[in-house]
Design a binder for this molecule. Structure first.
Ligand code: TXA
Ligand code: MG
Length: 426
């Protein structure tokens, strides 16, 4: 199968800055039949593929790229598991563009007219504040549900979210079906935050990838369960615990996930038990309470491996202080803004990858390093791309400087992903 990357320029499908600045802009938007632009054609093809074929379509969301299929058709949903090689007991998140779609999914198939609002009260504030956005709600799946059973993997609930990415909303509205969509990576790999990442993992397995540029948030949505008391965060993500706590009914929201869970335990979000977010190279994670590794430690850690990747955040020095001069700036990292100064400086942006050649204890080490700045939002945005870029440079091991996950911001999501990606934590 040929995998095409489809460009869809927003202005060409009548999504202008003006429109985007209006609340509920998606209610007003529609794709004009007279729009014969290539971009409109690409979006129509993707929507038609989703409605009619069983091959999933990859599309951008504000968190990560998703691999979408009509959530109401079993063969289409099976296509996702096949393309990703994902275990079938790991349920999928359903994506919608309107609340009436959600209400339809909360009611049994035959139950068309009903005056009561089926949306659980506990979620109404969250929906008002955070949708569209990176928040997934666990809701009850009715008996005689419209959803294909493969979406829920046998659970009596399902996860639902309304993404805010304009490409995603436009595609959802045009396809006019709820889309089940996990992250569009091959199972176990870091989630994709650019169309090229999807292509690297799924080339030949899917036919279309909508390219909407790099994702805004960079880590997946926060998954919450408000059906329990107290309500739980099942996966930390783009909406922080502090943001949730500021909503009535959510003041006591508790952490219901474990970063270091054993493979054979049964976490509440089934997906959290699998190997995840792992590049080919082994990842060594340093908790933020640990100092930058010393020269002796590094020599011991790298052993006879000579291609070393480093991801720096708040405190580590460039090149781990080993080689203060002589580096080459590579173009490996996208979204990059170069800062070529070897002195430590506070940069709150993603750097380009730099290569240092270092000789230590008769070892010749090639060190490939990327700094992600100090702010959790920026680190989250660049993390998966950094892991993928270092993998492409064939490093053997990646040393990562962790962040403080107790700050209530998205740093908990960053550390959750890193602890799962890491083979060794120090
Ligand atoms: O940001 C995101 O949520 C992305 C984009 C594409 O929207 N999607 C995503 O999907 O991350 P996925 O399939 O990679 O992760 C779904 C997570 C898993 O941890 C899964 O176990 C959990 O949601 N989940 C889904 N349905 C659930 C349910 N009924 N109860 C508990 N956890 C559920
Ligand atoms: Mg995933």
């Amino acid at each position: 199968m040929k995998t095409e990357i489809l460009e869809v320029d927003l202005a060409s499908i009548d999504i202008t800055g003006d429109l985007l600045s209006q609340p509920s802009w998606i209610d007003k938007w529609q794709l004009n039949n007279e729009n014969t632009s290539c971009d409109a054609g690409n979006l129509r093809r993707a929507a038609q593929g989703l409605r009619e074929s069983d091959i999933p379509v990859a599309f951008p969301t504000e968190t990560v790229y998703g691999l979408g299929a009509d959530a109401t058709r079993s063969p289409a949903v099976q296509g996702i598991y096949k393309a990703k090689q994902r275990p079938s007991d790991n349920p999928l998140i359903v994506h919608i563009w309107s609340l009436s779609q959600l209400r339809g999914l909360l009611r049994p198939k035959e139950d068309e007219i009903n005056a009561d609002d089926p949306i659980p009260e506990i979620y109404k504030q969250l929906i008002a504040r955070f949708w569209p956005g990176p928040l997934t709600l666990i809701v009850p799946n009715p008996a005689n549900s419209r959803l294909a059973p493969e979406v829920t993997a046998g659970l009596s609930t399902f996860g639902i979210r309304m993404p805010r990415n304009p490409h995603a909303l436009a595609l959802l509205k045009l396809a006019d079906v709820p889309l089940a969509a996990p992250s569009a990576n091959a199972s176990t790999k870091p989630s994709p935050t650019e169309a090229e990442h999807v292509e690297n993992d799924l080339n030949g397995r899917i036919s279309m990838i909508i390219d909407g540029g790099p994702c805004d948030v960079g880590v997946e949505s926060t998954v919450v369960d408000g059906l329990t008391s107290p309500p739980l965060i099942l996966r930390p993500g783009g909406i922080s615990i502090e943001q949730l706590r500021s909503c009535p009914g959510w003041e006591n929201v508790a952490v219901g996930y474990q970063d270091n869970s054993e493979l054979n335990s049964t976490p509440r979000a089934p997906g959290m038990k699998y190997k995840h977010y792992s590049p080919r190279a082994s990842v060594i994670l340093f908790e933020h309470t640990r100092k930058m590794p010393s020269e002796e430690e590094i020599v011991q850690i790298v052993q006879n491996r000579t291609n070393i990747g480093v991801i720096r955040t708040a405190h580590w020095s460039p090149s781990l202080g080993l080689g203060k001069t002589g580096h080459t700036v590579l173009n490996g990292a996208s979204q990059a803004h170069s800062t070529c100064n070897a002195e430590r400086e506070v940069v709150d942006e993603i750097e380009k990858i730099r290569r240092f050649e270092i000789t230590k204890s008769s070892l010749s080490i090639s060190l490939f390093e990327i700094g992600l700045g100090t702010r959790a939002e920026i680190i989250a945005k660049g993390l998966f791309a950094a892991l993928r870029s270092l993998d492409k440079l064939n490093v053997d091991v990646i040393l990562v400087e962790g962040v403080d996950d107790s700050l209530g911001d998205v740093s908990a999501a960053v550390m959750n992903r890193l602890r799962k990606a890491a083979e060794v934590k120090v």
